[in-house]
Design a protein around this ligand. Structure first.
Ligand SMILES: C[S@@+](CC[C@H](N)C(=O)[O-])C[C@H]1O[C@@H](n2cnc3c(N)ncnc32)[C@H](O)[C@@H]1O
Length: 331
């Protein structure tokens, strides 16, 4: 009995060497600026910048996204909008300027950013909620017609270095986290990762399950993808290496992980949602100047401005969006 307990313990140690990446304490106490992790929304906020000049139209991120959502969703049916992790509040300001009848709610884990949102959205009637989205009850979400989550799922907890043995080791059942991992792959029929270890966007999956269970009719998600690719004319200028495994991005005070969109798509489909997926470049159309082409071909290594330009264009392909729409029940 003793030896079998030892054996179990050894196996337990063998499987339990994953870690959990969390950004919670950073977002609650440490974050004092988003400047270190310039989001695409923030990068396009100011008019007249070299990045804005790369676009076919002189528009901000929120206005371009609103236009994109209009083509896929009946936004005239949307009244109650929740934005989770709204950063400086620019996206919601654009939405409210487009449609002043919207009833907006901003939910954020960061008290600092919630205050920034209050400043940006001054003059609009907006509700503010401070908290971790993962602690929100699905019943508190059922009143919303549309939920927006832009560039924040990578901040949600991720499991790092899970051994692929988890799929055949009976011992995984002893660990509630690994049990959860097994359950998710089984329930949704997710393709099993290859190799010895993999990372999993646990928080992103839990967040999506919550939205689907609350039956939110329309959901928008945008984030850095681990499955991004470049096609068409752009592929002559640069390539993106995607491993398909959520990758670490080290930022000021915290690490975040890229998102495996194919899993989110499959989970949403299981819950009865249709999806539209693509790179941000689909709704942020570029007009490439000779200068920008040159910057992309040479990776922008020769000047700061060229580097910013090539990084921005590449990001429009590295970031993906997923628009989810609840399928109508047959009558
Ligand atoms: C990288 S910023 C993106 C801000 C904005 N959406 C944009 O695109 O510029 C991530 C945002 O998500 C928020 N956030 C991170 N984890 C969260 C959580 N668990 N619950 C709610 N908000 C969270 C952060 O405080 C921040 O507002």
């Amino acid at each position: 009995m003793f030896s079998s307990a030892m054996h179990l313990q050894e196996e337990w140690a063998m499987v339990k060497d994953y870690t959990l990446n969390s950004t919670k304490s950073y977002h609650i106490g440490g974050l004092k600026s988003l400047g270190w992790e310039l989001t695409i929304c923030n990068a396009l906020q100011q008019e007249g910048t070299p990045l804005r000049k790369l676009l076919t139209c002189n528009e901000s991120f929120g206005r371009l996204l609103y236009g994109c959502l209009c083509t896929f969703l009946p936004l005239w049916n949307v009244t109650h909008v929740l934005e989770v992790g709204g950063g400086y509040g620019y996206l919601m300001k654009d939405f409210l300027e487009k449609d002043s009848s919207l009833k907006a709610c901003m939910l954020d884990i960061s008290p600092f950013l919630l205050n920034k949102q209050r400043e940006t959205l001054k003059g609009f009637s907006v509700e503010y909620r401070e908290g971790d989205f993962l602690e929100v009850l699905p019943s508190d979400l059922s009143a919303f017609d549309l939920v927006i989550m832009n560039e924040n799922l990578g901040d949600f907890p991720s499991l790092i270095n899970i051994r692929t043995e988890v799929f055949d080791s009976k011992n995984a059942n002893n660990d509630p986290v690994l049990k959860w991992v097994q359950g998710i792959f089984e329930k949704y029929g997710l393709e099993r990762p290859e190799g010895k270890v993999f990372n999993l966007n646990m928080g992103a999956i839990e967040a999506l399950e919550k939205l689907c269970c609350a039956k939110v009719p329309y959901i928008y998600i945008g984030e850095h993808s681990c499955e991004a690719s470049v096609s068409g004319e752009m592929s002559w200028l640069f390539q993106i290496k995607s491993t398909g495994n959520p990758e670490r991005i080290t930022l000021a005070g915290h690490d975040e992980y890229t998102i495996k969109f194919s899993y989110l798509q499959k989970i949403a489909s299981f819950h009865g949602y249709e999806s539209i997926r693509g790179p941000f470049a689909d709704f942020i159309p570029l007009t490439l100047t000779d200068e920008a082409r040159f910057a992309l071909m040479y990776g922008g290594h020769y000047s700061d401005e060229a580097e910013v330009m090539s990084q921005f264009v590449e990001d429009l392909y590295k970031y993906e969006y997923l628009i989810l729409k609840e399928k109508e029940e047959p009558i």
